[in-house]
Design a protein around this ligand. Structure first.
Ligand code: GDD
Ligand code: MN
Length: 358
C-alpha cells in the first residue's frame, strides 16, 4: 500500500460515492485506500461508506461514537494506516484531489509535508464563500504564521500529504483539538519541517453544509494559547476559569438588578448565584466541553450534577477562606485562596463527574 487517504466526515453522505470515484480517477497507477472517519453522523454517512466498502477493498470506514472533532478524527484515521504515505482531504469535494499525485511526488522527492495551498500562485480561495469567512480565514493564517517557524502560506489547510513514519513520530505530541490538524503537526515537530506547497482551487461545496463556525475559531485561539504556554496549563482549565469569571459578572448583574427591583440582599444574591451557575453550565457545555456536549435528558442530569459540584466547591471556598482569614487576617489573600481552591475543585470534579472526560 502506497497511500492512505484520510477523509474526516460529518454529515457528508451525499459526497461519499463522488469522492471515491474522484480518487479512483485521480490516482490511477497508485496503490491507494481511503479511510472515512465518521463521527456517527445522523445522516448515515458511515452506512454509505460501508455500502461501498463491501465491494471495494480500497474503501474503509471508522465510525466513532460519543466523540466529535476534525483533528482527532484525522489522527485516528492516519494511525489506522500501514501505507508509506498519508494524505488528508475534506470529504465534501472542496479540495482538488487531482493534485494528490503532485503532492505524492513532492514528498517522495524529499519534502516532509506537501500542502495543498489556496494562497500561492495558481491557487484560489473563491470557494470560501462569504467575505466574513474569507476574512476569518485570512486572520487565522496571519496568527498561525506568527506562531509557526515554518513559512507556510496556507497553514490552515485541511489538505496535505506526508510520510506515515513522520506522522507516527509526531502523533504523541498532537493536541488533537479543533480544526487545525496541519498547524498542530507543524507545531508538534521539534525540527523545522521542509514544506512544499501545491496550488489548488478551493471548490464550492458539492452537498451539505460547513461545520466551521465561530466556536471552531475559539478552539483555534486555544491551540495558539496552548503553544505559547508550552502546554503547561490545560486548555480546558483556562476555558473553565474564563467561563467562571464570566459567571461572576452574571452573578453581580443579577444581584444588582434584583436589589433594584426591591429584593432583599440574601434572596437577590441566591438568585444571582443560581443564574450564574446555570449560565456557567451552559457556557462550559458549549465551549469547554464542546467535544462531549451533553444534550436532552443528559444535559438536565448534567446541570443538576454541576449545581451540586459547584455547591460543594462554594463550601470548600468559604471554608478555606475562613481558616486563612482566622490565621492571617488578610481578607484579600483568604478570598483569593478560597476562590482558587473553589475553581480547581469545580474543574476537576465536574470534568470527571459531569462531562466524564477520560
Ligand atoms: N469526523 C469528523 N468530525 N469530521 C468533521 C468534523 C467532526 O467533528 N467536523 C467537520 N468534519 C469534516 C467535514 O465533514 C468535512 O469533510 C471536513 O471535515 C471539513 O469540514 P467543513 O465543514 O467542510 O470545513 P470548511 O470547508 O468550512 O473549512 C475548510 O477551510 C478551512 C480553512 O478555512 C476546510 O478545508 C478546513 O480543513 C480548513 O481548515
Ligand atoms: Mn468544506
Amino acid at each position: 500500500m502506497t497511500l492512505t487517504i484520510v477523509v474526516p466526515c460529518f454529515n457528508e453522505r451525499a459526497n461519499v460515492a463522488p469522492m471515491v470515484a474522484a480518487l479512483g480517477a485521480a490516482l490511477a497507477g497508485v496503490e491507494w485506500e481511503v479511510v472515512f472517519v465518521d463521527d456517527d453522523s445522523p445522516d448515515g454517512t458511515a452506512a454509505a461508506v460501508r455500502a461501498l466498502a463491501r465491494t471495494d477493498a480500497r474503501v474503509r470506514c471508522i465510525r466513532r461514537v460519543g466523540r466529535r472533532g476534525l483533528s482527532s478524527a484525522v489522527i485516528e484515521g492516519a494511525l489506522s494506516s500501514s501505507a508509506d504515505y498519508i494524505a488528508v482531504i475534506d470529504g465534501d469535494m472542496q479540495h482538488d484531489e487531482t493534485r494528490l499525485p503532485l503532492m505524492l511526488a513532492a514528498v517522495a522527492g524529499g519534502a516532509d509535508i506537501a500542502v495543498g495551498s489556496r494562497h500561492v500562485a495558481g491557487g484560489d480561495a473563491a470557494g470560501l464563500g462569504s467575505p466574513l469567512r474569507a476574512w476569518l480565514s485570512a486572520t487565522g493564517i496571519r496568527i498561525a504564521q506568527a506562531v509557526t517557524r515554518a513559512p507556510v502560506n496556507d497553514p490552515m489547510s485541511g489538505f496535505f500529504l506526508l510520510r506515515r513514519d513522520l506522522f507516527e513520530r509526531l502523533a504523541g505530541r498532537l493536541t488533537g483539538q479543533g480544526f487545525k490538524i496541519l498547524l498542530d503537526l507543524i507545531l508538534a515537530a521539534p525540527e523545522r519541517l521542509k514544506i512544499v506547497e501545491i496550488a489548488y482551487k478551493f471548490r464550492p461545496r458539492l452537498a451539505g453544509a460547513s461545520k466551521l463556525d465561530a466556536l471552531v475559531l475559539l478552539q483555534f485561539a486555544g491551540l495558539v494559547i496552548d503553544k505559547v504556554l508550552h502546554g503547561m496549563v490545560p486548555l480546558r482549565f483556562l476555558s473553565f476559569a474564563l467561563v467562571g469569571a464570566f459567571g461572576v459578572v452574571v452573578n453581580l448583574l443579577v444581584l444588582e438588578g434584583a436589589r433594584r427591583a426591591g429584593m432583599g440582599f440574601g434572596t437577590a444574591q441566591s438568585l444571582g448565584t443560581i443564574v450564574a451557575m446555570v449560565a456557567n453550565f451552559q457556557a462550559n457545555n458549549q465551549l469547554t466541553y464542546r467535544a462531549q456536549r451533553l444534550k436532552g435528558a443528559r444535559a438536565w442530569r448534567g446541570l443538576v450534577l454541576f449545581l451540586l459540584v459547584c455547591g460543594l466547591g462554594a463550601v470548600a471556598n468559604i471554608g478555606i477562606a475562613r481558616a486563612l482569614y482566622a490565621a492571617h487576617r488578610s481578607g484579600l489573600l483568604a478570598g483569593a485562596a478560597g476562590a482558587a481552591i473553589g475553581v480547581v475543585w469545580n474543574y476537576a470534579v465536574s470534568a470527571t463527574l459531569v462531562w466524564r472526560v477520560r
